[in-house]
Design a protein around this ligand. Structure first.
Ligand code: PLP
Length: 397
């Protein structure tokens, strides 16, 4: 018998957190490290949201256990917000409030995937999905789309990967790590394909408000209403309201599946921290001003980053129209010598960039195939310019 169970022993550490850790070590050693690794807004949570939480902390009822599936007022506000932003009506009792979008992702897979079921995972993918699929006993089937396709999979690719065992498709647009946004037509085609074949769609809408240029909001259940009975939507306050540390997310979907996920959560974590839930209530029932302000700053940095990265020899940079990530292909650099090291993969390149230029990026290996790096542009304009200049200098030398 292994000391660590086979199930947990198989989990890889989060690569994004590993890069952040190494960058912090270098910073602690006195280096001026610039971090493109973190996936969080650099803004503070708006003050009116913080104030609501402070008031809640002074309310004795909030010091007690509350219903495990979420404060009723928050579930109602999430249903109202869904109607406002996504254009479809849901029942508040079909909303489950979770400890961040991450718990929603984990519970969504746990609720629909049985041992041996296959889950189609468009790649590059967010690093947490395959771990959540594996923990649910499922088998990840990666469907890769390259830089020329803007990292977006087609129905033909999904159909080619479909088998009798296909239970679900994970869909994430705007995407982490690529920043790609599917058009409404593309979303509709994928939704119709899933409906036709009885495949569940687990859709992660956490970046729904971070859209740029001509990117359109495209909520799969709004575009294919019949899919509602086989679709779980996952979302949260982290990215929209600069609330990554508060840990509030949610999932909604058909009553039976949400009930199963709620039963599971009742044993795992019970209710989400009440003060954080009240903050989330203030956020989702209030205006979207905070996100519009952040979006303006992100959009400026996005354009800056894409234009600067495009100047670096060997970088191919599709134009990301959502979230706050750029995902250049660095495939042309593999086989070259940079900073005295032979670059054999994007992981090696990322190490060289960190050690020689003191800039932290996340290698594509964390999100699927080698040959790419992810840079978050949720940092100040000055740091962004300095960081990309350092990478450019290193690679051009
Ligand atoms: N989904 C995606 C695609 C993400 O990038 C993240 C955070 O990085 C999450 C979900 C979860 O966010 P949280 O658990 O902070 O709400």
């Amino acid at each position: 018998h292994p000391r660590v169970s086979l199930r947990l022993g198989a989990i890889a550490p989060s690569a994004t957190l590993a890069v952040t850790k190494r960058a912090k070590e270098l910073a602690a050693a006195g280096k001026n490290v610039i971090g493109f690794g973190a996936g969080e807004p650099d803004f503070a949570t708006p003050n009116y949201i913080v104030e609501a939480a402070i008031k809640a902390a002074r309310t004795p009822a909030m010091h007690k256990y509350t219903p495990n599936d979420g404060l009723p007022a928050l579930r109602e506000a999430i249903a109202a917000k869904t109607l406002r932003d996504s254009g479809y009506a849901i029942n508040p009792t079909d909303v489950l409030v979770t400890n961040g979008g991450k718990q929603a992702v984990f519970q969504a897979f746990a609720a629909v995937v049985s041992a041996g079921d296959e889950v189609l995972l468009p790649s590059p993918y967010w690093t947490t999905y395959p771990e959540a699929i594996a923990l649910a006993g499922g088998v990840t089937v990666e469907v890769f789309a390259d830089a020329a396709a803007e990292y977006k999979v087609t129905v033909e690719q999904l159909e080619a990967a479909r088998t009798e065992k296909t239970k679900a498709l994970l869909f994430c647009s705007p995407s982490n790590p690529t920043g790609s946004v599917y058009t409404p037509d593309e979303v509709k085609a994928i939704g119709e394909w899933a409906l036709k074949h009885g495949i569940w769609v687990l859709t992660d809408e956490i970046y729904e408000h971070l859209l740029y240029e001509d990117a359109q909001p495209a909520h799969i259940v709004k575009l294919v209403p019949e899919l509602a009975d086989a679709c779980i939507v996952m979302n949260g306050v982290a990215k929209t309201y600069a609330m990554t540390g508060w840990r509030v997310g949610w999932m909604f979907g058909p009553s039976d599946v949400i009930k199963a996920a709620s039963n599971f959560q009742s044993h795992l974590t019970s209710n989400v921290n009440n003060m954080a839930q009240v903050a989330a209530l203030e956020a989702v029932s209030g205006p979207l001003d905070a996100v519009y302000e952040m979006r303006e700053a992100f959009d400026r940095r996005r354009r800056l980053m894409v234009s600067m990265l495009s100047e670096i020899p060997g970088f191919k940079v599709p134009n990301p129209k959502g979230a706050f990530y750029a995902y250049p292909s660095v495939e042309e650099l593999i086989g070259q010598e940079i900073g005295g090291t032979l670059i054999t993969s994007s992981a090696v390149l990322s190490d060289v960039i960190l050690e020689k230029a003191e800039v932290a990026v996340v290698p594509g290996e964390a999100f699927g195939p080698s040959g790419f790096i992810r840079l978050s542009y949720a940092l100040s304009d000055a740091e962004l310019i300095e960081g990309v200049e350092r990478i450019h200098k290193l690679i051009a030398s």
